[in-house]
Design a protein around this ligand. Sequence first.
Ligand code: 0PR
Length: 352
Amino acid sequence: MQRAEPQDFSRVLSSMCTEPHPAAREAAGRFLATNPGDPGTYETVAKLEREAVAILGEIAGLPDAAGYIASGGTEANIQAVRIARNRASTKTPNFVAPASAHFSFQKAAEVLGVEMRVAPLEDDYTVNLEAVDELVDEETALVLGVAGTTEYGRVDPIPELAARANAVDALCHVDAAWGGFVLPFTDHEWDFSDADIDTMTIDPHKMGQAVVPAGGLLARGPELLDELAIDTPYLESTSQVTLTGTRSGAGVAGAVAAMRELWPDGYERQYEVSQANMEWLADAVADLDFDVVEPDLPIVAMDLGPDLHAALRGEGWRLSKTEAGEARAVGMPHVTREMLESFVADIRRLAD
Ligand code: 0PR
């Protein structure tokens, strides 16, 4: 039987994962058989996880952040809602999320039994603050904003959302799962030093160029993380805050290796290259008379229509669709100018 090979990234525009940094791949291989869920036994990887959280904290403007390396943005978002729910005094808590929030928050609402209230967006795809004002009440446990939305890469007004959370003694969570590794090089206000936010999702396995699985959950202080603590009587460590039990040390070691190599200069260079590439793509597609949603961060949405979308897929291009039906391309590190030139050439040829 022929050995199965993973897809290559040469026509992948849809994914928020990418080719890991070689150092991450190597470190992940060495730590495959370790379990940071049992730090009493796997001490080295437990130490690496503390280093990963320290670097993530530095990236997110809070060097002494508490946190851990999660299985991904989904787990980190669920856990942020869980912290808020456990801390709330009401038995019927709710959380307020922009319509752009990732579907992981719907999972959180369902699993945790917390009502999710969805605020509509402005024309620029950021959350409508008046709508948030109407939705927030005394039973609101969490107000969340997205820093780098999944579909359009937009950044919600985080300081304003944090103020609204504060006003009702709710927590404020920022989902920077994808945006966290590009936003430090922009003028956006999104991190712990810009606003009174409590928790953040920031994933090394997206723009951080780590191996999957490596999500990040950060909290302003250990007492917030303690809301998640469950007793673990037979382990040497006496409690666990993660949602998963046994988990991959490969994710932790890969994240540390990638961040040691790339933070900050490597990520900054990557942001500049990705941003320039996606601006180039947006201009090239607009020149062909298609409507384009401009890239604030390196994500472009293009209204190509269903037939052209299908034809491009037939050529091997992997694009995803926004809810509104646009084709969406994410400027991940594997997305080069050469690749985009060949993509645009295919659009030109197939559109005729
Ligand atoms: N928060 C935001 C803002 C996200 O964009 C995503 C994932 C998550 C949370 C959840 O993260 P995990 O998928 O790590 O749990 N956004 C991408 C999406 O749903 C994930 C993705 C990744 C999709 C790779 C496709 C793919 O090939 O579009």
